[in-house]
Ligand binder design. Structure first.
Ligand code: SF4
Ligand code: SF4
Length: 422
């Protein structure tokens, strides 16, 4: 009898599905492929068969449960509120337990990403060779034909000259020299650390200008999104422990990455293996604040008092909802309030702003053609607005949006919301 521990933990969620098929109208993958195994209902059915011992953990099953963006459009629109994200992630974890991770993921997750120093060294090594990739424009390069396994023609941002962790101080005091209004820990996240360090510095500056003390623990690690959403719970739990320990001296942890904030909050949902872990992950969740909710709900910033950077005056902006903000954390009003409040900026809502951009973490590595088809709908929404700039708050979405804007030869530029304000 195969081990079914991880899947058994989510049996109650798999049982919620009443097979109505409503999810098929909302699933971006099903909308492209039109096969039952793409949609929540089909994945859920196979998970239930596996729980009963009637479905083996075959490569084909691995392929099916891997083909999900974890965008949660099915979850929020499901009349029975079936939590397919939990079922899919548990099925991936079960697959890893029963069949192993495979050489590439084992190396990438356990030897590279789990060790922040080693991760930085490998990224530095990649940086030394990035000049070999042809330039698209500015700091964007594209993958040539011989790397088509990673996505033919894909545009990728340059790795930063200096990583954020090599620039930051352990503590930043409020700039007015007064006693801090509050003290927060800053979680960098891999994309901000290695690709967009200026974004991290910007957020620290934003907070310290407004009387907040910011601490940046060097011991912090990757949030674990790509790792535990791929089913490697063992490494996911190890990273959770590292991050909990690194931030044990602060009560609030902020990050400018929507995927990181969601992933850190959700250790308690996907990862616990015993009551003690569950208790500690739940306590950790209470500390996490995404930049958007922190600015509006905790700092109580009045958006109308924020100053728009000169270069954006007179521009029209539209907002892209990252899945990890809008559906995982219900954060949608806060960024819109900021954009609408910024004097000198015109805001226009895009059709289907909450549609997934198609990135889905490692989904875009394995299914780049599907990513492009899903992103094409997002691009249509952007085109319909006539906006000059697309604004979001997740570096992962930014990377995918930039790629697809360029692939579609569109004029828009993509920014993190924090880049717009003084
Ligand atoms: S997952 Fe929800 S929407 Fe989809 S078939 Fe099941 S009950 Fe219906
Ligand atoms: S999470 Fe998204 S991609 Fe996965 S089944 Fe649901 S709607 Fe489809």
């Amino acid at each position: 009898m195969e081990d079914l521990k991880e899947l058994k933990k989510v049996e109650q969620y798999a049982d919620q599905c009443m097979k109505c098929g409503f999810c098929s109208f909302f699933c971006p993958v099903y909308q492209e492929e039109r096969v039952e195994t793409s949609v929540a209902r089909g994945k859920n059915y196979l998970a239930k068969l596996a729980i009963k011992g009637e479905q083996k953990f075959t490569d084909e099953l691995g392929e099916i449960i891997g083909k999900c963006l974890l965008c949660k459009r099915c979850v929020v629109n499901c009349p029975a509120k079936t939590q397919i994200d939990r079922v899919v992630v548990a099925a991936r974890a079960q697959m890893v337990k029963n069949k192993g991770l495979g050489f590439i993921k084992n190396f990438a997750f356990r030897k590279v990403m789990a060790n922040r120093k080693a991760f930085g060294n490998y990224v530095r090594l990649a940086k030394a060779f990035q000049w070999l990739l042809p330039k698209t424009e500015g700091k964007i390069r594209h993958l040539p034909d011989f790397l088509k396994a990673l996505g033919q023609g894909r545009n990728i941002p340059e790795i930063a000259k200096t990583f954020l962790r090599d620039m930051v101080k352990p503590v930043y005091k409020p700039q007015d020299g007064k006693a801090p209004k509050m003290r927060v820990g800053f979680f960098m996240g891999c994309a901000t650390d290695f690709v967009y360090p200026e974004l991290g510095l910007k957020f620290i500056d934003f907070m310290t200008k407004r009387g907040i003390e910011v601490v940046v623990p060097q011991e912090q690690s990757c949030c674990g999104a790509a790792i535990y959403f791929s089913g490697d719970f063992e490494t996911g739990r190890m990273l959770a422990e590292k991050n909990i320990e690194a931030f044990k001296d602060v009560d609030i942890i902020v990050t400018a990455c929507g995927t990181c904030s969601s992933t850190l909050k959700d250790y308690q949902k996907y990862l616990p293996d015993n009551p003690d872990q569950e208790k500690r992950y739940k306590e950790f969740e209470k500390k996490i604040k995404d930049s958007m909710e922190f600015i509006i709900d905790v700092m109580k910033v009045n958006p109308e008092e924020l100053k728009l950077k000169k270069e954006f005056e007179g521009k029209t902006a539209t907002w892209h909802d990252p899945c990890h903000l809008v559906r995982y954390q219900n954060i949608q009003a806060q960024p819109r309030a900021i954009l609408k409040g910024l004097k000198g900026l015109k805001y226009v809502e895009m059709p289907n702003a909450d549609l997934c951009c198609g990135m889905g973490g490692s989904f875009s590595v394995y299914h780049y053609d599907l990513t492009k088809k899903i992103a094409a709908k997002k691009m249509n929404g952007i085109k319909a607005t006539g906006a000059d700039i697309v604004v979001t708050a997740c570096p992962g979405c930014m990377i995918n949006l930039i790629d697809n804007v360029l692939q579609n030869k569109m004029p828009q530029k993509v920014y993190h919301l924090l880049e717009l304000v003084e």
